[in-house]
Design a protein around this ligand. Structure first.
Ligand SMILES: [Mg+2]
Length: 165
């Protein structure tokens, strides 16, 4: 296995979260319900294709998600169910409420101490900017159809105010 990693975000890159975003859109955000339905996420075809391309390039696959550690069992089951390759799964510590961009850049720096990171694939513009500024190559995934009114914006705003996605 290659020691060069392609690092993939989950929500909005590999997993289509749109069916459960309604739980966190209103004034009363139900994060437990939002995460509880993650096993039902349809995979995003463009994301699966990007993983296949990375594997064809000889890269090892790792996953870096803002989901909390308490979602690990469901997330691992989902990765297996949709046929994604096994690989390190880096998740946000349960009490880490920082914006995703801070957690993710720190995780990338930790990874880079022991391996070489070919690139990160993420759909969050704030993460893309922060990782890029930290010197990591980044592919901005736009295939879930976020846009200014889409799910990216909703999750992005929530992350900035609560650090919870
Ligand atoms: Mg994402």
């Amino acid at each position: 296995m290659s020691d060069r990693l392609a690092v993939f975000d989950l929500d909005g890159v590999l997993a289509d979260v749109r069916h459960r975003v309604h739980h966190v859109e209103g004034p009363r955000r139900d994060w437990d319900a939002f995460f509880a339905e993650a096993l039902a996420d349809p995979p995003l075809a463009d994301g699966l294709e990007a993983v296949a391309v990375a594997e064809a390039e000889g890269l090892a696959i790792a996953y870096l998600t803002g989901r909390p550690e308490r979602c690990r069992a469901d997330t691992e089951a989902w990765l297996d169910r949709v046929g994604l390759p096994p690989g390190p799964l880096l998740m946000r510590p349960d009490r880490d409420r920082r914006p995703a961009r801070m957690f993710k850049v720190e995780a990338l720096r930790d990874l880079a101490r022991t391996t070489s990171i070919a690139y990160l694939v993420d759909d969050d513009a704030a993460v893309v900017l922060a990782a890029s500024e930290a010197g990591f190559p980044v592919i901005h995934a736009a295939w879930m159809g976020g846009g200014t009114e889409g799910v990216d914006r909703i999750l992005y705003d929530v992350q900035e105010t609560e650090g919870r996605t």
